[in-house]
Design a protein around this ligand. Structure first.
Ligand SMILES: CC(=O)N[C@H]1[C@@H](OP(=O)(O)OP(=O)(O)OC[C@H]2O[C@@H](n3ccc(=O)[nH]c3=O)[C@H](O)[C@@H]2O)O[C@H](CO)[C@@H](O)[C@@H]1O
Ligand SMILES: C=C(OP(=O)(O)O)C(=O)O
Length: 434
């Protein structure tokens, strides 16, 4: 298990370029399975989960060529379906969440797929029902082996259908869309997720020849086509990384410019940080955060305590709530953080409390943060990173804290943040990988 030793308390300064979006990359990479023609993808982040998925595709027979540090060419013209029967595949499938999105493309193109329960963060229940209900509506037949192995197959071509999803699942919508683009006839998906990741996937599929209407909304209409062709695709900057850097700058009193943010794609993220009193300036497509001694959480118009909660897009992504929470710990004022989607994502506040933060965990979904207003500094401790975003929240806390912290299990952070120690050290942070 790798760890970070962090010496905190020093402001950072400089420019940082966000990596390509992790959760977009996982969808886009699975979509290469939909065509036998070459697909070139750029701005691919060099992170554990993405590298694991690329390896999985390669082992499935997809030809993978690295054209530049962040650019790969994929060609799925000779997919080895038998590889799915091997223990190696089962181990790889279990190792990350993104593997779940091979289901849709494999079912559409080859009429079958199988998968162990995929991995990803242990942040509470993560049901896959939406995926399978949608794929079954299109003609897939699911067979469960125990509670953690799924087989799905179809006799003949999938057929378009109307469906109203019970949950606007991000990866579930991606799976259903990827199956529907090659189905016969029209598919209508109501209550579809419309995160930028899904929008990017749909736009790429359209460039490959798919016919999709309603991109960016929760009502997608898809006319199936016979086959799809190759394309080029560039990943958006990672909005969760951008939010993490805004939080980092505020908490450590640093002056940071985040380059090339594609601000129009960030939804409510900038305004959410503004509600914590953080100053942000848009300079072209860069976000400039000045060094701030203090920041004050706003209240509602009637003076009552602010709530920040997650929601499906265009609401605030749950992946940024841990960051918002840690930043609030040094604000002036009080905020209720309400994590509606996942029930185990707030337990990491114990570590922040050990560092000196004033937080009451009301229940698994809600924490009240009473900001210290930078009157006292947090102090460094030894802690373990429970999940990817809590891990980065703890890293931000450690960088702001007095003294030495050790964060164990940083493989969690490496799942989604590219060379984070080196990139932050370039801004003046003191992080050593142990
Ligand atoms: C690889 C990837 O892309 N992972 C992201 C994806 O996971 P993933 O696609 O697995 O998450 P889902 O969108 O399926 O669901 C997230 C959680 O919210 C619940 N839920 C969802 C929708 C809804 O309307 N009501 C509801 O309660 C689900 O039961 C689940 O517990 O989306 C999540 C929600 O943005 C993010 O946290 C993950 O980082
Ligand atoms: C929960 C996350 O990832 P995953 O779905 O891969 O576990 C995340 O990116 O915050």
């Amino acid at each position: 298990m790798a760890a970070f030793e962090v010496i905190g308390g020093n402001p950072l300064k400089g420019e940082i370029v966000p990596q390509g979006a992790k959760n977009e990359a996982l969808q886009i990479l699975c979509a290469v399975l939909l065509t036998s023609e070459p697909v070139t993808i750029s701005n691919i982040p060099d992170i554990r989960d993405v590298n694991k998925l690329i390896e999985l595709l390669r082992d499935m027979g997809v030809k993978v060529g690295k054209l530049a540090t962040d650019t790969y060419r994929f060609q799925a013209d000779d997919v080895h379906i038998d590889y799915l029967d091997t223990p190696e595949f089962v181990a790889q499938g279990r190792a990350l969440r993104g593997s779940v999105m091979i289901l849709g493309p494999m079912l559409a193109r080859f009429g079958k797929c199988q998968l162990p329960k995929p991995g990803g963060d242990k942040i509470g229940r993560r049901p896959l029902d939406t995926h399978f209900v949608g794929l079954e509506k299109l003609g897939g037949k699911l067979t469960l082996e125990g509670l953690d192995f799924y087989r799905i197959n179809s006799e003949g071509k999938l057929r378009g259908a109307y469906m109203l999803l019970e949950e606007a699942s991000v990866t579930g919508t991606a799976n259903i869309v990827m199956a529907a683009v090659l189905a016969e006839g029209t598919t209508t998906i109501y209550n579809a997720a419309c995160e930028p990741y899904v929008q990017q996937l749909c736009k790429m599929l359209v460039r490959m020849g798919a016919r999709i209407n309603g991109i960016g909304s929760n009502l997608l209409t898809i006319e199936g086509v016979e086959s799809l062709g190759g394309t080029d695709h560039r990943m958006l900057p990672d909005m969760i990384e951008i939010g993490s850097f805004i939080g980092l700058a505020a908490m450590t009193g640093s002056e940071i410019t985040i380059k090339d943010c594609q601000i129009t794609e960030l939804g409510v993220i900038p305004d959410t940080f503004r509600k914590l009193g953080i100053q942000l300036e848009f300079r072209g497509d860069d976000i400039y955060i000045p060094a701030q001694d203090r920041y004050e959480i706003s209240t509602y118009l009637d003076g009552s305590i602010l709530t920040i909660s997650d929601h499906t897009w265009p609401g605030l992504t749950p992946d940024l709530l841990s960051i918002v929470l840690v930043v609030a710990a040094q604000a002036k004022g009080t905020v209720l953080i309400h994590q509606k989607m996942f029930e185990s994502r707030l337990f990491f506040v114990d570590k922040l409390i050990d560092m000196g933060a004033q937080i009451i965990l009301c229940d698994p979904h809600r924490a009240t943060v009473i900001g210290l207003n930078k009157r006292t500094q947090l102090h460094g401790i030894t802690m373990t990173s429970p999940d990817i975003r809590a891990g980065v929240a703890l890293l931000i806390a450690a960088l702001s804290a007095d003294g030495r912290s050790v964060i164990e299990n940083v493989e969690q952070i490496d799942r989604g943040y590219q060379h984070i120690d080196k990139r932050l050290n370039a801004l003046g942070a003191q992080i050593r990988r142990l």
